[in-house]
Design a protein around this ligand. Structure first.
Ligand SMILES: O=C(O)[C@@H](O)C(=O)CO
Ligand SMILES: [Mg+2]
Length: 263
């Protein structure tokens, strides 16, 4: 079975954030990810990881004002300085947490910014960040996020757009973050797509659709998908990024004993 990680922004939210690490370990996960680490001191997070023998699989670069609805600033021409400062901050946290993968949220394009300007800004920012990440042996992930349900206006909403960006930036450490939930909404044909995209895939996340809940609540055949991910030779992490339909503990049926890594 794939190497599963738990997304602590969505799983184990029954307890405070810093207690979720122990819950993830107790449930059998060997890796964790979450949206953002920046509200917490690096040392505290590093200790939560080491106390629970967990790998920090991924987190996101600072997204701008998340609470005000921003979803990344990489495509915004008037936010270059802030983007660059965010790259430095992301690297500092990645060093402290031993994290080898950072997701760069592309952002929502405002009407006042033309498609061409937003795209060129994105290309330049990703190239800038990729160069800095390369010196730290960090992979820059670019997630395609659905613009139909969750993020209308998100500039990278298909795998094709992410691939075009990767090609244009032309750096060895830039990869596609393939989230099965978003891709089911935008593209479908999940197994065949992943097989085709495999050389560019740097990270995988999942939730069922519709609803963004655990496997078995929607239309995706997860036993087949997980089996396919294994047989295509993907060696990275596969993160559970879903909102449990009830208690997190009762949502983990998909994570059968056979799927659990040894502690
Ligand atoms: O799919 C998602 O929503 C996340 O992976 C993310 O990083 C942005 O919300
Ligand atoms: Mg995702």
């Amino acid at each position: 079975m794939p190497r599963f990680a738990a997304n602590l922004s969505m799983l184990f939210t029954e307890v405070d954030f810093t207690e979720r690490f122990a819950r993830a370990r107790a449930a059998g996960f060997a890796g964790v990810e979450y949206l953002f680490p920046y509200a917490y001191p690096k040392d505290l997070l590093a200790r939560a990881l080491s106390d629970n023998n967990l790998t920090q699989v991924l987190f996101n670069l600072p997204p701008g004002n998340w609470d005000a609805g921003e979803r990344g600033i990489a495509c915004l021409p008037d936010r270059l300085e802030e983007f660059r400062a965010g790259v430095d901050q992301g690297i500092e946290y990645a060093r402290a947490l031993g994290c080898r993968r950072l997701n760069c949220l592309a952002g929502l394009r405002p009407d006042s910014v033309s498609e061409d300007v937003a795209w060129q800004t994105l290309v330049d920012n990703v190239a800038y960040a990729a160069e800095k990440f390369a010196a730290e042996d960090i992979t820059l992930c670019l997630e395609a996020i659905n613009s139909r349900v969750d993020m209308p206006g998100f500039i990278l909403d298909t795998s094709g757009k992410v691939l075009a960006l990767i090609e244009e930036v032309d750096a060895d450490n830039v990869r596609l973050q393939y989230d099965l939930y978003h891709m089911q909404i935008m593209e479908g044909d999940l197994i065949r797509s992943m097989e085709c995209l495999l050389p560019w895939v740097g990270h995988i996340q999942f939730a069922d659709n519709p609803g963004r809940h655990e496997p078995g609540t929607g239309e995706i055949n997860f036993s087949n998908v997980f089996e396919a991910i294994d047989s295509m030779g993907y060696e990275g992490w596969v993160s559970a990024e879903y909102r449990p339909s009830g208690e997190t503990g009762s949502s983990l049926g998909w994570f059968s004993s056979g799927a659990r890594p040894s502690p």
